[in-house]
Design a protein around this ligand. Structure first.
Ligand code: SF4
Length: 736
């Protein structure tokens, strides 16, 4: 038996694990027994269905093993097996042609959630000369919170670091960690057992809401109003931390004035949350300290999401909960050659930066990045990587592919992503990608997106490559070794994304910038300023190093913002031309903003809530998971379902102005009668891959009906509204 220590990248818990390998087969995965958080890791990994199905995934007969080249028409499902050398030669030649004919900006990149190294992608793109790395899911997942936290506080701060026995109150907004963040969830349950209070803001009575002392079930999309009302109560009742506010906060008087616009009785009418519940939740959060707050996609995927995030960060700040154990801890940046150095941002000229397909003032623009970065750098030894905090806007880029406006985008590379399933407005994404001169996908399995590519390349998974990176949301730098080599796994030629970018770089005149022959050598280089090689780091630290562990680091450093304080009133947002304080706006589609539309489409559709055992659009080909969760599910209140003649378990059409898809109804009394929730990420690997099937992508994929119209996206971030759109639902007729 061989036991290899590494980091599981199958979800954003990023567990430090031990992989047990016997005779070339993956036997089991366990939590790392030598990690500082070993007892917690043991529980997380033991309860994780994905870790339990690791061998089924890893040795799956449908894994991609060799590079494939399209043999027939796009989407015809005909492929030739080719060598990596041929693939890299041909792709680089075609990229050169695109660059010569249309300019470097005609190449785009789209990724999924962050589970592979970002810095090598950025290095290739900066050297190639294209600013059009699309944030992909990042535009509406994690990156908004990170960027807005950096703008307001000079550090990423979405990591609650719930400490059982220490944390006294926890506020979850638009997140259900029971399905998505097991580490946080187990710590939350332990904290509750030790007397902590839990407040949950969500339109659905989730597992987290079931355990809450206060559950604020709001109308979808109204989070900013609710959070501003909590701020109003805390200020009016003088529950804020006066000393911290006067010493460390900028713009409190302006905030006080703005908050007055959100008294609980007015906000009750907006959110449908009783005013007394808002008051009570505010009192709990402000008085039970340390208090911590965690928000996620539930608010990041709103048109008003950045404003909600702004308010969400104000709450722990004015209550004096920043950078304390059990509160809103800052882990700052890594003390090693940072991702920024590896990215080679300097290689991208200002002329090319100016061509990034995004509104130039938004928080993910180069202008915003530079404003944030100069302050972050002043305070921390490391810096905010540009990728993905500065990236092209997906909806604008897909439109540029299709229309050639504002300039042509003619080639794209997708890595570890399935944009036909995971990006809003599938029809637009499909037409955009299908129109390209060159489309390359690198992934683990065939997907609907890969089916319309020109080249499909087999990726090495986290089990087959080394790892180095920050633990996602707690302060550890972690490293791991490959548990398998291609040779162990038999006859395949899967490669790392590093190999891919370097392979292209060597063929496109970037030779001098890729001196490291493999990913281990590149990580050795990154660790050199800390005096380690990758191997030494793993041996000497066990592969985990706690970074920036001190509390209240701001007392020595100040905050990495223009004023050196927490900017309740954001001078950076003001400079970018946005409202410097949070303000509520109705969703672009709602019974209030579009009452005429609501007559035809009377229900509010939420999409994107996470559900185990799946992870976004992944794991659909794992049989044991499909037996557990065979079909896509739409939650509906039983009373509303009865009104509509829908039985529990009926297939129903979910229709918006953009089209319709079908999912199976599930009665759920924890959702308001005016709201439905549809699962995301659905496609069916068992259905044919060729067009028109594309693995059943048009059947139940909720993004066929979601909205990505640039005018409906968040004006500060470009985020599209997945959590509050209008729809109607009705039974699918069946004839027997
Ligand atoms: S919780 Fe996520 S990171 Fe941890 S073992 Fe399971 S899939 Fe891997």
């Amino acid at each position: 038996m061989d036991v290899k220590k590494t980091v599981c990248m199958w979800c954003h818990n990023h567990c430090k694990v031990e992989v047990h390998v016997r005779d070339g087969r993956l036997e089991k995965i366990e939590g790392d027994k030598t990690h500082l958080a070993a007892p917690l890791l043991a529980r997380v990994v033991k309860s994780c269905p994905r870790a339990g199905a690791a061998a089924e995934w890893f040795h799956h007969p449908e894994r991609l093993n060799y590079p494939l080249k399209r043999a027939g028409e796009k989407g015809e499902g005909k492929w030739d097996r080719i060598s990596w050398e041929q693939a890299l030669d041909e792709i680089s030649e075609r990229l050169r042609k695109v660059r010569d004919e249309y300019g470097a900006e005609a190449l785009a990149f789209t990724r999924g959630t962050y589970r592979n190294p970002r810095e090598f992608t950025a290095r290739f793109f900066n050297l190639f000369g294209s600013p059009n790395v699309i944030g992909g899911a990042g535009n509406v997942c994690w990156a908004p919170a990170n960027v807005i936290a950096c703008a307001l506080m000079g550090s990423p701060a979405n990591q609650p670091l719930i400490v059982p026995g220490k944390t006294r109150s926890i506020l979850f907004i638009g997140t259900n960690p029971a399905q998505s963040k097991t580490k946080f969830w187990l710590n939350t349950l332990d904290s509750i057992r030790q007397g902590a209070k839990l407040i949950v803001v969500d339109p659905r009575r989730t597992q987290a809401a079931e355990r809450a002392d206060k559950f604020l079930q709001l109308r979808p999309g109204t989070d900013t109003a609710l959070l501003m009302s909590m701020i109003e109560v805390i200020i009016r009742e003088e529950l804020y931390d006066k000393e911290f506010v006067s010493r460390w906060c900028h713009g409190f008087d302006e905030l006080r004035k703005r908050a007055k616009e959100y008294p609980p009785d007015r906000v009750e009418r907006i959110t449908l949350v009783p005013a007394e519940d808002i008051v009570e939740a505010s009192r709990i959060f402000a008085t039970q300290k340390p208090a911590t707050c965690y928000s996620h996609m539930g608010i990041e995927q709103l048109t008003n999401g950045i404003q909600a995030l702004h308010a969400r960060f104000i709450l722990p700040a004015i209550t004096g909960n920043l950078d304390i154990t059990g509160g809103q801890f800052f882990h700052g940046f890594l003390p090693l050659m940072s991702e920024v150095d590896m990215e080679m941002q300097e290689a991208l000229s200002s002329e090319q930066r100016g061509k990034m397909l995004r509104s130039p003032e938004q928080i993910f623009s180069w202008k915003a990045y530079e404003l944030i970065q100069e302050n972050v750098k002043r305070v921390w030894s490391g810096s905010l990587p540009a990728n993905p905090h500065c990236h092209a806007h997906g909806p604008i880029t897909y439109r540029a592919m299709l229309t050639g406006k504002p300039y042509p985008v003619r080639a794209a590379i997708t890595m570890a992503a399935n944009p036909l399933i995971t990006q809003a407005n599938t029809k637009m994404v499909y037409r955009g990608l299908k129109s390209l001169d060159l489309y390359v996908v690198m992934d683990f399995f065939m997907t609907p997106s890969a089916q319309i590519a020109d080249y499909v390349l087999p990726a090495a998974s986290w089990l087959e490559r080394s790892h180095l990176g920050p633990e996602f949301e707690v302060p550890y730098l972690e490293a791991g070794e490959a548990a398998f080599s291609a040779a162990d796994e038999g006859d395949n030629d899967r490669r790392t994304d590093y190999d891919f970018w370097r392979g292209l770089g060597l063929r496109l005149g970037q030779e001098e910038y890729w001196p490291w022959k493999d990913i281990e050598a590149a990580y050795d280089h990154r660790l050199a300023p800390m005096g380690y090689t990758l191997k030494q780091f793993i041996t000497e630290t066990g592969g985990s190093l706690r970074i920036n562990p001190e509390e209240k680091k701001y007392e020595q450093r100040g905050f990495g913002t223009p004023t050196g304080k927490v900017e309740l009133y954001s001078t950076i947002l003001e400079k970018l031309g946005f409202d410097p304080l949070p303000n509520y706006e109705e969703p672009p589609e709602s019974p209030v903003s579009t009452p005429e539309l609501a007559k035809e489409y009377p229900l509010i559709l939420i999409t994107g809530g996470r559900f185990l055992p799946m992870y976004h659009s992944e794991w659909r080909q794992v049989d044991s998971f499909r037996r557990l969760h065979p079909d896509p599910v739409m939650q509906i209140h039983p009373q509303k379902a009865a009104e509509l003649g829908i039985e529990d378990g009926d297939w129903v059409w979910i229709e918006t102005v953009r089209g319709r898809v079908r999912q199976k109804s599930q009665y759920f009394a924890g959702i308001s009668p005016g709201v439905v929730h549809a699962e995301h990420g659905w496609w069916f690997p068992e259905l044919p891959g060729e067009e028109p099937w594309l693995h059943g992508m048009w059947e139940s994929n909720i993004n066929v009906v979601t909205d990505d119209a640039p005018e409906h996206c968040n004006k500060m971030s470009g985020g599209w509204p997945l959590r509050a759109e209008l729809c109607k639902v009705y039974r699918v007729k069946t004839y027997v």
